[in-house]
Design a protein around this ligand. Structure first.
Ligand code: SF4
Ligand code: MG
Length: 329
């Protein structure tokens, strides 16, 4: 297949106090080999849950995938044993999180952590693992890598720690890198540098990437294609060019409305007035209706299906007439 991963009709729910909440509803998308796919939307729209679902990693035990498939290189990850899944994580599919302090071990020197990951996944000897660690740190632009290897995470700046996370995630040459808001916690100059490093490494290794962000400036800079999520659903899918040239979904139009340049300080997606509905307080029809300037009566009654709206373009909106009406509602 030309796709490294295909997420098909994914449904994920959380259970708390016996109450089930569907947080991802019928989410489908694919990533081609060598492609960078952006996953965008406000916080709470299901982006991080999507990445945790792919990795089958939930912070607590209340998260559960109840429907769908995640086909990686032809195999459904959801039918794999936890043991086989452990072989996939880190080595085949790697992840970078927003806050590296939570994923670096505070009591282990950088060199030990990096070398351990490399030994574990690539089976290198100590000496080779160390050399590979040094070369990875050099690739992510860390000066004096030998010295950094002997330091602990708390001795380094946030930007340095994030570079180390990238080096660690990339050191096993994963086929797919999932980066969840990889630069959000960093100041703007560091942010741009880190994105440059990621872009370079991605191109060098012809790696596929799922880049999760709330920042459309980052998408424009980094991605080939974009999936826009809202309230646990995919609402639009398009190439980056088409999305910026002519956004179709009213939510996407709002997001595009005020895209800052990279490096410009801004608030989180503040261009769309109103808030994401909470899972337990979902509108009956289109989940965006309470914030949509273009809402019609049908929008309040029935949820539109995601449907083709042009070549390689998909949108979930009643504005697109008959195409919207293959309704799954
Ligand atoms: Fe707006 Fe209706 Fe389209 Fe929803 S379906 S985004 S409410 S026009
Ligand atoms: Mg998130």
């Amino acid at each position: 297949s030309e796709n490294i991963i295909e997420v098909k009709h994914l449904q994920t729910q959380f259970t708390r106090d016996d109450r089930k909440t569907v947080v991802l509803d019928n989410v489908s998308f694919h990533i081609k080999k060598g492609e960078v796919l952006g996953l965008v939307g406000e916080s709470g729209c299901g982006k991080s849950v999507t990445s945790l679902s792919i990795m089958r990693l939930f912070k607590d035990t209340t998260g559960e995938i109840t429907q769908g498939e995640i086909v990686y290189n032809g195999t459904n990850l959801l039918s794999m044993s936890e043991n086989d899944m452990r072989q996939i994580r880190g080595k085949e599919i790697s992840m970078i999180f927003q806050e590296p302090m939570t994923s670096l071990n505070p009591v282990m020197k950088i060199g030990e952590q990096l070398a351990e990951a490399i030994r574990l996944h690539l089976g290198y000897s100590d000496k080779l693992a160390r050399e590979h660690a040094v070369s990875m740190l050099t690739k992510v632009g860390i000066p004096r890598p030998q010295e950094i290897l002997a330091e602990y995470p708390h001795q380094l700046s946030g930007g340095m720690r994030q570079r180390i996370m990238i080096a660690m995630a990339m050191s096993c040459r994963p086929n797919l890198l999932i980066a969840d808001e990889p630069t959000t916690a960093l100041d703007v100059t560091i942010q741009a540098q880190i994105l440059d490093v990621m872009k370079q490494l991605q191109a060098d290794e012809h790696m596929s990437m799922l880049l999760i962000t709330h920042d459309l400036g980052v998408v424009a800079e980094m991605c080939n294609r974009v999936v826009v999520m809202y309230a646990g659903r995919v609402v639009e899918e398009a190439s980056v060019y088409d999305l910026f040239d002519e956004p179709k979904h009213p939510y996407t139009k709002g997001l595009i409305g005020s895209v800052p340049k990279i490096g410009q300080k801004r608030d989180r997606l503040d261009s769309v007035p109103g808030n994401v509905p909470t899972p337990n307080n979902m509108p009956k029809g289109c989940k965006f209706a309470p914030r949509c300037k273009e809402a019609m009566s049908i929008c309040w009654e029935q949820e539109p299906a995601i449907a083709g709206v042009g070549e390689n373009r998909f949108c979930r909106c009643w504005l697109y007439g008959e195409e919207g009406r293959g309704a799954n509602a």
